[in-house]
Design a protein around this ligand. Sequence first.
Ligand code: SAM
Ligand code: SF4
Length: 476
Amino acid sequence: MKFYPEKCKIEDLRMQPFIDPDELWDLIDNTKADKDYVREIIAKSLSKQRLTLKETAALINADSPELIEEIKEGARQLKEKVYGNRIVLFAPLYIGNKCSNNCLYCGFRSTNKEAIRKTLDESEIIKEVEALEDNGHKRLILVYGEHRDYSAEYIAETVKITYSVKKGQGEIRRVNINAAPFDIEGFRTIKDSAIGTYQVFQETYHEETYKKYHLAGKKSDYNWRLTSLDRAQEAGIDDVGIGALFGLYDWRFEVMSLVRHTNHFEAVYNVGPHTISFPRIKDAAGLNLDPKYQVSDEEFTRLIAILRLAVPYTGLILTARETPQVRDEVIAFGVSQIDGGTKLELGSYSDSLNEEQDLNKEQFHIADSRSLNEVIDELLQKNFLPSFCTACYRKGRTGEHFMEFSVPGFIKRFCTPNAILTLAEYLMDYAASDTKVKGWENIESELKGLEDGGYDTKDLRDRVERVKAGERDLYY
Ligand code: SAM
Ligand code: SF4
C-alpha cells in the first residue's frame, strides 16, 4: 500500500489516511542501528533538521546502553542549543465527562456505570477558572468527553466563558482544547471562539488495535479520528496537537506513526503539528489492559528523547500522569510544556475540601499532585525559567515553535523576555515567599545572561519594574 504516490497532487493528500503499517514495520524490522549511522543521525538533528522515518527507526533500534545514552545526550543538547531553559506551565480543566464512546482504557467510557457524570454549568466554570487564576494560571486546556451535549457551539461557549473570567490580577490568556473531533464546520465554530491549540490524540495508530479498544460511538471509526486534524486545518485551525496513548500497542510503532503524522502535515499543510503529547496509560476505573505493551520508565524516557531528535521543532507536552522523577528526567530532553497543580475531578479546583482522588469521579489517576507553586519552586531550583507566555498567539505569530527553532535570536528576543515578564507577574501576585526570593534571583541571572550575550535589556528591565509597580500583561 502506498499513500504518497510520486505524482500525487497535494490536494489529493488532504484528509486521506496516511498510515501504512507494513511500511512502518518494514522500517522498524530492517533498519540497522550501527554506531556511526546513529551518531550521524544525532548530528543531523542537532543541525536542526527533521529526521526521516528511516532515521527514526535507526534511533528506535539503537538499544545498547551506550547508544541510548548518546541519544538522550543528543536530546539534552538539542534542548539547550535551541530552546534554552524555559518551561511553559498550564492546567487542564475538565468541563464535562459524559461520553458516548466506549474506550476501554478510560474511566469516562459509556459502559462505566459507576462513573459519576457531571457537566459544569456556567457558574461552576467561572468558579473553577477563578480558582485556577488564584493559583496563578494563565493557560488552560479545556477537556470534554464526546457527547451530543458537547456540540461545537457548546464548546465555543465554554471557551468564551473561560476568557471572560477575571479575578484580581488573574485572567486566562490562552485556552486550548482537548475534545472530540468535529467536521470542518464544527471546527470553524470553535476556531471563532479564539482557541489556541486543538488537540486530538490518535491513541493508537495501529488500526487493528484501535478497533479492539474503541468499541462504540463515533470514536470507533479509525479514519475519522486519523483525519480529524486535517479537518481542523481545513477549518483554519493551524495550531494542532497530536498524540498517542502509550501502552495500547508497541511503542516503536507509535513513535514512527507520530513522525509519519508530522510528515503528513508538513507535506500537505506546510506546517508540522504545534505539539506532540505522549500520555502513558494510568489506572482508571475498571481498567483491564493487556500488559504486553506496557511501556517501562526506561522505554518511556528513551522514546521521548527519540521524538525530540526526530521532530526538533515541535513542542513536547508532558503531563501529571507521570511521577515527578520521570518528569525531572525528561524535562531536560526538551519537554516544553508541563501542567502544574493538576486536578482531574470535575469541580475540584474550587472545592478545597476535596483532596482525595476518586476513580469514579475522574478519568484516570495522576502521579504528580504537587501544587503549581511547588512545581514552579522546583523548576527554579533547577535553574529552569517557568513561563506563562502567550505572546506569539496573541501577536499573530502562529507557528511559534517553528520560529523559535528556525529564526536566529528569536528565543532571546521574544521567548526569554516574555518568560521573565510572566514569571515576574506570578512572583508579584501568587508566589509563596521563598519561591519569590528564588524567582527574582533567577530573573536577575537571566537578565545578566542576555546582557552577556550582547542583548540590550534596558527596555526589558523597565518593563520588569513596571510589573513590580502593578502593570500587567506586558509582552513582546
Ligand atoms: N474525549 C476526548 C477524546 O477522547 O479525544 C477528549 C478528552 S480525553 C478525556 C483526553 C485523552 O486522555 C485521551 O485522548 C486519552 O489519550 C487520554 N486518556 C484516556 N484514558 C487514559 C488513561 N487511563 N490514562 C492516561 N490517559 C488516558
Ligand atoms: Fe470518552 Fe475520550 Fe474517554 Fe474515550 S477517551 S471514553 S472519548 S472521554
